[in-house]
Structures are given as structure tokens and as C-alpha cells.
Design a protein around this ligand. Structure first.
Ligand code: NAD
Length: 471
């Protein structure tokens, strides 16, 4: 990567000589890169470039747009090892998993669009009308740090396919994979101005992007707090928004489920990426008679996980992405103790021998009050809340009893019963008896978890306006 000190605007790497932002390695807190803390003028330049490129790109035949996405796909494959490594160092995901998820999912998602696009009906007949699906315009993409390239690809690929032009504002915490993406796109046949990337702080360049009149849509993934600001800003000139935000997802283990396997499946999901996953199953709902046994199983897992440098093949759990996030999560662990939950494993102090980096002990709380703050607020770290319930109805009520609704899980010995309970969960996806993640299924949230859907045709349609020709 030669361009970390630059922005990518109008098909060129543009030098930035102002302030920079330090990018840290979670294992030791060292600075591993410096990227532009760009100003509003740089963002405006990028928006103007995207606006100027829109008419031509929106009329470019689909086959040509698909060709560019094919070139992007090849580039992502070629640079996958590098992507896995930079994200592992920035975010803390163990390298093998980072290869499969942080580098692998962007490739997989791009493939699903390459499969789907040739047959996607960009026009259809309805009575005497031809219904046309037209690109929404200039799109501002704003992304978080936890799955940095994956979140970007979920926006950039369908937006390009739709015929939109793009200004990306990647996370300032883990920006390097976005630079790799920009380098890949720079080597494709994409016309200048169609994709632009400006690096910087949310309150500066992000703010310019969400308020600029030439930007007709903001596609955002990140915290509910920032999503709220974006929804307000978008209301002023009726921008379209797609918001993928936080979660506090519940796993309901029904009494007839295999307890050991269900607790393990749920907790491993919660620990993925050190708990820095929007869909993490952070609330484990178990029948009160099975509560202590479930805590024992989860506690043993927490105590047995090997923490360490994500680049070490033996590491199962890496650090968090930043000192701020580490301190926030440790603060929640202290809060859980103050709130009276039972600390089964883990705790707020640094893991032994890992005092320098952004590590947090995998932590299990038992007997958690479903209305307490640790059960209601997104912690975004390796912290599990075990909550006892008495009846199935109560379990569903607790599961639905937060402002969020992003993901969930149900485990039961009876698949039909599990499906029935899943159908009552107010959430965008539910894993039934450990069903596999499917990149063709729509993904998004109810309530404070989001507006809109990503993946597959649902993800593409976010970037399309509908026009009827009455014939
Ligand atoms: P964040 O909201 O702090 O930041 C996300 C992005 O928004 C960053 O690029 C940031 O610079 C930008 N931003 C911040 N303030 C802004 C402002 N005033 N105007 C415009 N842009 C601004 O989120 P984060 O801490 O990077 O990510 C963690 C959050 O993301 C968690 O809540 C997690 O659940 C959520 N997330 C959701 C999904 C999903 O698909 N639902 C996926 C991943 C992460």
C-alpha cells in the first residue's frame, strides 16, 4: 500500500498534507499507519467528482458495469492475504478467521452479485406500464471498524451495479483495507469519479457527506447513535437512507435443546471478532432450571479461550480495535458487577501477560436482570449475559425487550417448535438450531438496529429508484 497518505478523488490519488489519524495495532497499541484527517473541502471535491460522473455511469450498459465488478473480484482475490493481515492487526480477529471472513466475505458477496446481476430485471411490465429501476444518484457510504472491508463491499458493489456513483468515508479506526479497495478499483476500467474515497473523522468529513445536497442517499453501517444523526440530517432534504446499526441479540435455548451444544454455539458466536460483531448473540436465555449448568458451560469456555496476538495461529481471541473500545467494555463489566449480576468468568482487569494491548477477558455474567443496562445496551466486546426465564412466552418477551432487533437464535430438540418461536422474534434474522449464515438472505434490523436491508437483491434495491413509463 503506497497511498495511505492520500485520498482517492476523481480517479486520482490526491496528496493530503494536513492532519493525520493514527491507526493502532490492538495487540500492543503501537501506531501502524497514519491516514488523512481530511477536511470538508476534500470531501466536497469528492462529492463534485461523483456528481459529475453520475450521468455517464448511470447510462453505462449493465455488461460494462459487471465487467468492472469482475475486475474488482479478481483484485480482491489477489490481495486477500494482505487484506486479512491488515484487518487482523487493526481489529484483532485471529488471522485464519480474518482470512475466511474479513477477506473472504467481500469475495463471496461480490460473487453473489456477479451471479445475480445478468438476470436482474432492471425493467418489468405492469399492465400498460414499463417499470424501470433507476440508480438513486450519488451515494455516500459510511462504514464502521469491525468488519471494515466487508461493510464497504456490501455497499460499493451493489451501488456500482445499480449505476450509482460513490463517495466512501471508511472508518478512521481500521481504514487500510479501504485503501486496498481503492487501489484495486484504480486498476480497473472504472471511469474516473465513479468511486471516490475520503478518509477522516465522522464529525468533519462524515458530516459534510451526510448533509451535502448532491448526495442523494447515505448508506451507513455503524452505531445507532451515528445512525440517529444521519436520519436527522437526511430528513432535511429527503435523502434516502439505509442504516445498519447496533444490536443486542438473544439466543433462546428451549428446555428440550442440547444444552451443551447450544450454549457453545451461542457463546462462540458472541465471542467472534472479540465480541465486536453487530449480530453477536450477547444475551443467552435459558430456562431457570438450566441456568446454573449453562453458566458452568459458558464459564468453562471463557476460561479456556486462548487470548493473544491475532497473527499467532494458536490465538482464538484477539484484542479489541481501540483503547476507547477496551475501556468502554471494561466499564460495562464493572457496571454489571455493580448492577448485581453474578460474575461467572472473566472480569474488568487486563488478562495476565496482556496488559499493553486492547485485550478484554472473555466474561460471563449469570442471573442477569433483563432490564439492567448490561442486558439492554450494546457492549461490543466479549461479554455474555445469561438470563433465566420460566416460560417460552417470557423468553420471547425478554428476547424482544430491547430497542434493537438485528439477530437472534433459537435452539430446540423440535425444529418446528424452534421455527415457531423464531417467527415471534422481532429481529431481522434468526438462526434456527444453528442454521448457517447465508449471503443470499436479506440482512438488516428491526427498530433501532436499522432501516433497509443488505445482501442479494434486497441490497441492490436499496440503490434503485422506481420510474413508471405509462405506455
Ligand atoms: P460509529 O457510528 O462510531 O462510526 C461508524 C462510521 O460513522 C465511522 O466511519 C465514523 O467516522 C462515522 N461517523 C461518526 N460520527 C459521524 C457523524 N457525526 N457524521 C457522519 N459520520 C459519522 O460506529 P463504530 O464504532 O465504527 O462501529 C460499531 C457500531 O457499528 C456498533 O454499534 C455495531 O453494532 C455497528 N455495526 C452494525 C452492523 C450492521 O450491519 N447492522 C455491522 C457492523 C457494525
Amino acid at each position: 500500500m503506497n497511498n495511505l497518505s492520500k485520498n482517492y478523488i476523481n480517479g486520482q490519488w490526491v496528496d493530503w498534507s494536513g492532519d493525520t489519524i493514527d491507526v493502532h495495532e490492538g495487540t500492543n497499541g503501537e501506531v501502524i499507519a497514519k491516514v488523512p484527517s481530511s477536511d470538508r473541502a476534500a470531501m466536497e471535491q469528492a462529492i463534485d467528482a461523483a456528481d459529475a460522473a453520475f450521468d455517464s455511469w448511470s447510462e453505462t450498459p449493465l455488461e460494462k458495469r459487471i465487467d468492472v465488478i469482475k475486475q474488482l473480484h479478481a483484485g480482491l482475490k489477489e490481495r486477500a492475504p494482505e487484506i486479512a493481515k491488515v484487518v487482523a492487526r487493526e481489529v484483532g480477529m485471529p488471522i485464519k478467521l480474518a482470512g475466511m471472513i474479513q477477506a473472504g466475505m467481500p469475495i463471496k458477496v461480490t460473487e453473489t452479485y456477479l451471479d445475480m446481476l445478468p438476470d436482474y430485471p432492471f425493467t418489468e411490465q405492469s399492465g400498460n406500464s414499463e417499470v424501470q429501476y433507476a440508480p438513486v444518484g450519488v451515494v455516500g457510504c459510511i462504514t464502521p471498524w469491525n468488519y471494515p472491508l466487508h461493510q464497504v463491499i456490501l455497499k460499493v458493489v451493489p451501488a456500482l451495479a445499480a449505476g450509482c456513483t460513490i463517495v466512501l468515508k471508511p472508518s478512521e479506526v481500521s481504514p487500510q483495507s479501504a485503501f486496498i479497495l481503492a487501489e484495486i478499483l484504480d486498476g480497473t476500467d472504472l471511469p474516473k469519479g465513479v468511486f471516490n474515497m475520503v478518509c477522516g473523522l465522522g464529525q468533519e468529513v462524515g458530516d459534510t457527506l451526510i448533509k451535502h445536497p448532491k448526495v442523494r442517499m447515505v448508506s451507513f453501517t455503524g452505531s445507532t447513535r451515528t445512525g440517529h444523526l444521519i436520519a436527522h440530517a437526511a430528513a432535511d432534504d429527503f435523502k434516502r437512507i439505509a442504516l445498519e446499526m447496533g444490536g443486542k441479540s438473544a439466543s433462546i435455548i428451549l428446555p428440550d435443546a442440547d444444552l451443551e451444544a447450544s450454549v457453545k454455539g451461542s457463546f462462540m458466536n458472541c465471542l467472534q471478532n472479540s465480541g465486536q460483531t453487530c449480530t453477536a448473540l450477547t444475551r443467552l436465555l435459558v430456562h431457570k432450571d438450566q441456568h446454573d449448568q449453562a453458566c458452568e458451560i459458558a464459564g468453562a469456555i471463557a476460561n479456556g479461550v486462548k487470548l493473544g496476538d491475532p497473527l499467532d495461529e494458536n490465538t482464538r481471541l484477539g484484542p479489541l480495535a481501540s483503547a476507547d473500545q477496551r475501556d468502554k467494555v471494561r466499564g460495562y463489566i464493572k457496571l454489571g458487577i455493580e448492577e448485581g449480576a453474578t460474575l461467572v468468568a472473566g472480569g474488568a482487569e487486563a488478562p495476565e501477560g496482556l496488559e499493553n494491548g486492547y485485550f478484554v477477558k472473555p466474561t460471563v455474567f449469570g442471573n442477569v436482570d433483563p432490564n439492567s443496562r448490561i442486558a439492554q445496551e450494546e457492549i461490543f466486546g466479549p461479554v455474555l449475559c445469561v438470563i433465566p426465564y420460566e416460560t417460552e412466552e417470557e423468553a420471547i418477551r425478554i428476547a424482544n425487550g430491547t430497542a434493537y432487533g438485528l439477530s437472534g437464535a433459537v435452539f430446540s430438540g423440535d425444529q418446528d417448535k424452534a421455527k415457531k418461536v423464531a417467527g415471534k422474534m422481532r429481529t431481522g434474522q434468526v438462526f434456527v438450531n444453528g442454521g448457517a449464515f447465508n449471503p443470499l438472505a436479506p440482512f438488516g434490523g428491526f427498530g433501532h438496529s436499522g432501516i433497509g436491508r443488505e445482501f442479494g437483491k434486497w441490497g441492490l434495491e436499496e440503490f434503485l429508484e422506481v420510474r413508471s413509463l405509462q405506455l
